[in-house]
Design a binder for this molecule. Structure first.
Ligand code: VG1
Ligand code: CO
Length: 543
């Protein structure tokens, strides 16, 4: 089979966002579009030559086509070995783990995460580097620059491969190893959690409902929860990965997994209900009659993590993305551990994790994970919660109540305004940016602005600086309003407005979130003027 150099013309839109390159499937299907982007990676990250490359995806429409192309290009670009998940499947955290386990030079993760799939849906690629984390901004910037001038790509033509047969195959000089997508990940989970205790917990009649949303976590949940932990088969819902995710929206939140919210508010509620997203890196946690917001989940896991076998040595440090509520800050203070506030996007945690300065980190967007991987990890969070429940003997509600008693409660919500025009989104951002200089000292009801700025971050490990990471209006410890533009969408512009209110008074710990945040929402209307400037009466989604 000949290695061919194919002439191509550059595209101008291959700029990575918060988590990789995401576009409509039809955009990826344009002639040479995928090839151009992959060749830009091979040309820029030349260290992949002679190394191992991990390849997998979330199983969505176009996953297999993209993987065949990626393998044929890897072989033509001097990659020594490709390790690919059987059937083309690998969850994002499992791929991150494989990169680390195999000492690989990097990995291609074909996913658009929670974005809908199918011929009219979205597709995407995350390029992860040696060490398992997403390529840092400097590198994705260089790949983008290269993609604007690319003239040719290299590919092995006529390659025939069997993605469904485990074991070794060969393509030119490159070894192709097809692996079970769950094995190594499940082995890792066994080193972190007390599987005996979890088996016992299920044996005693406790129950879990996990919704894989017809996305990639199905096989992982089936193996770990049902086969290894002995949970009944009914534990896993929608466990079969489908190319269109069953027509659903695999975004585990109060809107797209509302059936779980209804379930925990019914007499049939399990002890724990949870869901993950398209590529398996997000998680939603619910208990009987209670939703645990991701920021709270992070803080509560931080407070209990020492109980779990993989974390007995204690926490090295804690971190959250800027818009995530400040609940975990309280835990970091109480435990006297290092704490970091990073921009949105998991890639910003990677250096701190590599430097051994973090054990646990999270984002408000249903992301939690630890130093075991360099990606957020949905099933990990579910196992961590199960292990906390089993180790403490407490219910989800009891864990939450004890936590709020001790640390106070951060009420939090995110209001998304989707499908705005780029110009409208820019107008709203600019209006608030212009206002920040005059806000400090101003009072709104009981709240006084202590700080208003555009968040920027200096990476403490490599000194790199990320600017324009979101506008924040901070009312001391009492409340915050944050506004930023999404970097993962494929249609129009999305603005995210984040509201956070802190209460430590005994009588203020059990309010409804929407009611608790109503006054702050009114203040946000006055300061951010999002309704006025966009003409929208209400957000598209509240989570
Ligand atoms: C969103 C979330 C962010 C998350 C990112 C990728 O980004 O807000 O916290 O890291 O998605 O998650 P944005 O720029 O749209 O707000 V995933 O599960 O798509 O890998
Ligand atoms: Co995801």
């Amino acid at each position: 089979m000949p290695i061919r150099e194919i002439q191509t013309k550059p595209y101008t839109d291959q700029k990575s966002g918060t988590a990789g390159l995401r576009k409509k499937v039809a955009v990826f299907q344009q002639p040479h579009y995928l090839e151009n982007f992959l060749q830009s990676i091979f040309d820029t990250e030349t260290t992949l030559r002679g190394k191992t490359l991990i390849i997998g995806g979330d199983g969505r429409y176009y996953n297999r086509d993209a993987i065949y192309t990626a393998i044929a290009m890897a072989a033509a670009n001097g990659v020594a070995k490709v390790v690919v998940g059987q059937g083309g499947l690998l969850s994002t955290p499992a791929a991150s783990h494989l990169i680390r386990l195999r000492g690989a030079g990097g990995g291609f993760l074909f996913t658009a995460s929670h974005n809908p799939a199918g011929p009219d849906g979205d597709f995407g690629i995350k390029f992860n580097v040696a060490g398992g984390g997403q390529a840092p901004e400097g590198l994705t910037g260089r790949i983008y620059e290269h993609s604007k001038t690319i003239q040719r790509y290299r590919i092995v033509e006529g390659a025939s491969l069997d993605l469904d047969r485990r074991g070794m195959q060969k393509l030119e000089d490159t070894e192709i190893e097809v692996v079970d997508c769950v094995d190594d990940y499940a082995a890792l989970m066994q080193t972190l959690f007390d599987f005996d205790r979890l088996r016992d917990w299920f044996k005693k009649g406790h129950s879990l409902r996990f919704d894989a949303m017809h996305a990639v976590t199905g096989p992982y949940a089936q193996r770990i929860l049902v086969e290894q932990l002995g949970a009944p088969q009914s534990t896993v819902m929608n466990g079969c990965p489908l190319e269109d995710f069953g027509g659903g929206h695999p975004d585990p939140n109060l809107i797209y997994a509302k059936h779980l919210v209804d379930l925990v508010n019914s007499p049939a509620s399990p002890d724990l209900a949870a869901a993950s997203d398209g590529d398996g890196d997000r998680n939603m946690i619910l208990g009987r009659g209670i939703f645990i917001s991701p920021g709270d989940s992070l803080a509560m896991l931080a407070a209990h993590l020492h109980r779990l076998p993989g974390y007995r040595d204690g926490l090295k440090g804690l971190a959250r993305s800027m818009p995530t509520c400040r609940a975990v800050d309280q835990v970091a203070k109480a435990l006297a551990v290092e704490f970091h506030e990073t921009p949105t996007g998991w890639k910003f945690f990677a250096n701190l994790l590599d430097a051994g300065r973090l054990t646990l980190c999270g984002e408000e967007s249903f992301g939690t994970s630890s130093s075991h991987a360099r990606e957020k990890d949905g099933l990990w969070a579910v196992l961590a919660w199960l292990n906390v429940l089993a180790a403490t003997g407490l219910s989800v509600r009891e864990i939450a109540q004890q936590h709020w008693q001790r640390f106070g409660r951060h009420y939090f919500a995110r209001h998304d305004y989707e499908n705005l025009s780029a110009a409208t989104a820019a107008t709203v951002m600019q209006a608030l940016a212009d206002a920040t200089a005059h806000l400090p000292g101003k009072s709104y009801d009981d709240y006084t602005v202590a700080l208003a700025d555009d968040f920027s971050y200096r990476d403490p490990v490599d000194g790199s600086i990320a600017v324009n990471q979101g506008l924040r209006v901070v009312f001391g410890d009492s409340a915050r309003i944050v506004l930023r533009q999404s970097g993962t969408g494929t249609e129009g512009a999305t603005l995210r407005l984040y509201l956070e209110r802190y209460e430590s008074r005994e009588t203020a710990l059990a309010w409804e979130t929407a009611e608790a945040l109503a006054p702050l929402s009114n203040i946000a209307d006055q300061i951010v003027r999002i309704g006025e400037l966009t003409g929208r009466k209400a957000p598209s989604v509240v989570t």
